[in-house]
Design a protein around this ligand. Sequence first.
Ligand code: SF4
Ligand code: SF4
Ligand code: FES
Length: 313
Amino acid sequence: MSVRFADLPRRLVSLTIDGRAVRVPEGTTLLEACRQEGIDTPTLCYVETLTPVNVCRVCVVEVEGARALVPACSRRAEAGMVVHTDSERVRLSRRMVLELLASSVDLSLAAPEVRAWMQRYGADASRMGPAAAPDGHHRDQAHPGHHRVGDGARAETVAQPVKVDNENYVRDYSRCILCYKCVGACGTDAQNTFAIAVAGRGFEARISTEHAVPLPDSACVYCGNCIAVCPTGALMFRSEHEMRQAGTWDESRQTVTTTICPYCGVGCNLELHVQDNTIVKVTSPLDHDVTRGNLCVKGRFGFEFVQRRTREG
Ligand code: SF4
Ligand code: SF4
Ligand code: FES
């Protein structure tokens, strides 16, 4: 039998954020301190259920005395820190990150906050030039050191065909901002399957299965935990993808019902998204202290039997 000890009380540290005196428990990140103060801080690669990887840099803040801007999502608050979250330097950096992403990636299905942040920081992707046309360049075959140099007049693009290779979910890497969340969810943060990782370098970096094999030939177990954390719609239920293609996906007509997964005794929470009396996708609440948004293939995708329908019927 394992023994659990209650957390020891943590000392409080005092710091200043945007001129306000703030006290937070030792170990608190600057992002958590900002949230405690109601300061909205953009994040793309951070989610509470995964280990911070600090790759998007959209959360950066300025710490007096520090040479470089620091990522709020992973930098811990220290006694006496003086932090600025809305200085010219911070705004410029956040704008640049958002502009570079928006110039090369299709963000049209990104979380609504992303568009709000773009507005807030005046991010204008067209400053990078008109988008280059997709040229059939095979990103999956790119090797480190073989970067294709653009003409400099057009914004490079990650546009590529959607990968539809299984019944459960599709991968549209034209929408991928390389936030690594799916890699974390597939790896040690949740699933420990390691079916996907980042391949390539620089602009050719991309999320890939081993040797870019189709998902059915990879180690993927279709838990869908990667879809649950993807912030841009790059990973999407096949049901949603097909409804969007047909123009029938309509979230304003969907209800979400929380229930318990019937498949085993763990009893995971399921959120059934229903449109026109049909379950169109299944999620799980991130704030559940047992499952933390994660499910297995049965809970995530085993819903078609409910209406005894098949894809064909
Ligand atoms: S569905 Fe699960 S196993 Fe497959 S890639 Fe996503 S997280 Fe990994
Ligand atoms: S597929 Fe989604 S979760 Fe994975 S890196 Fe791309 S945007 Fe992030
Ligand atoms: S949210 Fe902090 S680096 Fe991405």
